[in-house]
Write a protein that binds this ligand. Structure first.
Ligand code: NAD
Length: 489
């Protein structure tokens, strides 16, 4: 471990205030505690926003909107690049903030949150420059008219994020919204307040104009007030499907549009003929990363009968290499659950699965550290596909293994949950995998592991995994209204 990491393992951002209208403002609502889930230590106490302070943040965003919307695309793009520069400057500390409030292992925080987040922000800065206007040409019924289709920023966007990736989930929203010419009020999860409150200061350091990007903090009542606020034009939410449904109802009262990035129960299909032994390690590392607290975790392992023995044998070896514990230890793959109640919830799924006739196929023998909310990873087999552990998002280091005997059965099983966020197909024939994607009800389909998350490709879900798309041009368009302009020449 380097000296810098030694210094940062206790470090949390100093900002405890909200950012409203370009100023840090002390919250006046109830206190919440920020807790490091790997040590159980309270790292900070934060005052949440009152509903009145939410009004002030939304009003600031509303006042700033006309000017920001009218700012030239090149100025908007430059402002977003400045923000990316600022984050780059603080990248080591941003990663530390995430390790110490989410428990994400350090290498994963560096790559998946900070590096990936900044690369998306750079892409969004360039997206601010795009002229999307379409010229429809002449129409002759009954007289000649011409038409343009223009894209206008929707207005004030409420950006509400879940706890598991506090930085990149926020960037996916505010980067796209700011590029589109919208202003924002950002509300992170009260379980991970510190990284996002610090973002408020970084917005100022990057000289984002006052009121354009506001940061608030609070629990469900604050989220409810924000998402139903009459001056908010659109709500962009990442979190559970249960809260997503509430947000849709709250936003519906004001007939606001919503973008909802929700949970998943994503399948990983191993078709006959693949090197199941060679793939085992990657497969387990993928669903277990971030402690399984990932929306697109491929936690349903659909394995062809013919591959079971070789897969389990190799998986036993892969499992012995998994390490649960201190997220600052670069050898650790699996950090803690976010809170003790979540650890209990994960454990109750494991117990419930055993009660439903499941058996533990793979597990770790090493006990978890006594401090911190850790759970050892397990793979459970022998469950009916209707079992809760197969159908519901567990959001912990728990995967289920389901056998199939024909390709059609694999597709049917893959589609047999209420979700549809991501799927992976391992196949000896890439072209065949690409063709099978058409049969999967899933917002993302990876073939043979796919690749890194692209800033120019959409992300989102079918079914209960969400509404709308984030990232890429699709993500920017969530924050643009379509306007038809017609005239007689
Ligand atoms: P959550 O649904 O518990 O909370 C998310 C946010 O909603 C929090 O900020 C919370 O304060 C706020 N909230 C709660 N009640 C509200 C209400 N009535 N109105 C408005 N806001 C309210 O989610 P979480 O546990 O923080 O995050 C984990 C979930 O997020 C998982 O289901 C995961 O799959 C999902 N997720 C999805 C994606 C994706 O891109 N699809 C990415 C990451 C996480």
């Amino acid at each position: 471990m380097t000296t810098i990491e030694t210094d940062l393992r206790e470090w949390v951002p100093a900002v405890r205030d909200l950012t409203i209208d370009g100023r840090l403002v002390a919250g006046e609502g109830p206190e919440i505690e920020a807790i490091n889930p790997a040590t159980e230590k309270v790292t900070a106490t934060v005052r949440t926003a009152t509903l009145q302070q939410i009004d002030q943040a939304v009003e600031a965003a509303r006042r700033a909107f006309p000017h920001w919307a009218a700012t030239s695309p090149s100025e908007r793009g430059a402002a977003i690049h400045r923000l990316a520069d600022t984050m780059e400057k603080h990248s080591e500390r941003l990663a530390a903030a995430i390790v110490n409030e989410v428990g994400t292992p350090i290498a994963f925080a560096e790559i998946m949150q900070v590096k990936l987040g900044i690369s998306h922000l750079r892409w969004q800065a360039e997206a601010a420059l795009v002229d999307r206007t379409e010229h429809l040409g002449p129409w002759h019924d009954p007289v000649l008219t011409l038409s343009d289709v223009a894209y206008r920023p929707v207005g004030v966007v409420a950006c509400i994020t879940g706890y598991n990736y506090p930085l990149n989930l926020a960037i996916f929203k505010f980067g796209a919204a700011l590029a589109a010419g919208c202003t924002i009020v950002l509300l992170p999860s009260p379980r991970t307040p510190l990284t996002t409150l610090w973002l408020g200061e970084l917005f100022q350091e990057a000289e984002i104009p006052a009121g354009v990007a506001n940061v608030v903090m609070g629990s469900a009542d604050v989220g409810q007030h924000l998402s139903s606020h009459p001056l908010v034009d659109r709500v962009s939410f990442t979190g559970s499907d249960m809260v997503g449904a509430k947000i849709m109802e709250q936003a519906a009262r004001g007939l606001k549009g919503v973008t909802l990035e929700l949970g998943g129960k994503s399948p990983n299909i191993l078709l006959p003929g693949v090197d199941a032994a060679g793939l085992a390690k990657d497969i387990h590392l993928r669903w277990a990363r971030n402690g399984g607290q990932g929306c697109a975790a491929l936690a349903r392992l659909l394995v062809h009968d013919s591959l079971l023995d070789e897969f389990l044998e190799a998986s036993n070896e892969a499992f012995t290499a998994l390490k649960v514990g201190d997220p600052w230890d670069r050898g650790v793959n699996i950090g803690p659950m976010i809170r003790p109640d979540h650890r209990e919830r994960v454990q109750s799924y494991i117990d419930g699965a055993l009660g439903d006739g499941g058996e533990i196929l793979l597990s770790l023998d090493t006990p978890v550290p006594t401090q911190g909310y850790f759970v050892n990873p397990v793979v459970i087999g022998g469950l009916p596909h209707s079992a809760r552990a197969v159908q519901e998002e567990i959001f912990g280091p728990v995967a289920v293994l389901v056998l199939f005997s024909s390709e059609q059965e694999a597709i049917d099983l893959a589609n047999d949950t209420a979700y549809g966020l991501a799927a992976n197909i391992y196949t000896p024939d890439v072209e065949h995998g690409r063709a099978l994607a058409a049969q999967l009800r899933s917002g993302t389909v990876w073939v043979n592991g796919g690749g890194n998350m692209r800033p120019d490709a959409p992300f989102g879900g079918f079914g209960k995994s969400g509404v709308g798309r984030e990232i890429g041009e699709w993500g920017v368009r969530e924050y643009l209204e379509v306007q038809h302009v017609q005239w007689r020449p």
